[in-house]
Design a protein around this ligand. Structure first.
Ligand SMILES: Nc1nc2c(c(=O)[nH]1)N[C@H]1C(S)=C(S)[C@@H](COP(=O)(O)O)O[C@H]1N2
Ligand SMILES: [Mo]
Length: 207
């Protein structure tokens, strides 16, 4: 049973109730009401009977879940603000999914694990320091606004890392690779900032 889960981390450093909407829009961003689709390639068709999600790399033993197993993991509802580097922000997006913390309970991390690459069905990758996806700061979502996540938005399953620009939220994600060294993903190799904190406007390399 999914329980409501809204943390301060997901709405910024202020109390959600006292923060005005403007205060929740990072510098250089504007609010949109629609939900734009941005993909580097065509939307892949992901067959659920062949789908799996894996945690591998710097872990003692890797772990994989098939679709049925993944749905049995403890899920939560998340209400978060998202910020795309192309300058749109969308407030209070509602998702259901499994926190990365819950997923990582199933592996023993190698003490050298310090970075992660999220990889996907069709080949897109994105990299982050491990702490950026811990402590309730990232989740793997399969529902948006109470409905199965649309394929264009990454369905069946996408990563959501709301406190970083939305290119870090890998659509069609099929696994996390733990690494001892950082390794640039798709956009990070193409001039986007390696970290991507919207509050610091870490948009491009050198920001
Ligand atoms: N697999 C995959 N994930 C991806 C992308 C992509 O091209 N492929 N684009 C990224 C970018 S740049 C953005 S802004 C968001 C867009 O997500 P949306 O289409 O749901 O708005 O997905 C991110 N995740
Ligand atoms: Mo983007």
């Amino acid at each position: 049973m999914a329980n409501e889960f809204v943390t301060r981390g997901f709405v910024g450093k202020r109390q959600a109730s006292s923060a005005t909407k403007t205060q929740r829009i990072p510098p250089g961003q504007h609010e949109v009401k629609d939900f734009p689709v941005l993909s580097a390639g065509p939307t892949p068709r992901v067959a659920l009977d062949r789908w799996s999600f894996t945690i591998e790399g710097f872990v003692r033993e890797k772990v994989s879940w098939n679709w049925d197993e993944f749905l049995k993991l403890p899920a939560q509802q998340f209400t978060v603000d998202i910020h795309c580097v192309t300058t749109w922000s969308k407030l209070d997006t509602r998702w259901t999914g499994v926190s990365v913390d819950t997923l990582l309970e199933h592996v023993e991390l190698d003490p050298r694990a310090a970075f992660v690459t999220a990889y996907t069905f069709e080949g897109y990758t994105t990299n982050m320091p491990l702490p950026d996806i811990l402590n309730g700061r990232a989740f793997v979502a399969y529902e948006y606004d109470g409905l199965p996540l649309a394929a264009a938005h990454g369905g069946p399953v996408r990563l959501v890392v709301p406190h970083l620009y939305f290119w870090k939220s890998a659509k069609w994600v099929t696994g996390l690779r733990l690494m001892d060294k950082d390794r640039s993903g798709f956009w990070e190799s193409a001039g986007y900032n390696n970290h991507g904190d919207p509050w610091k406007e870490e948009r491009y390399t050198g920001d």
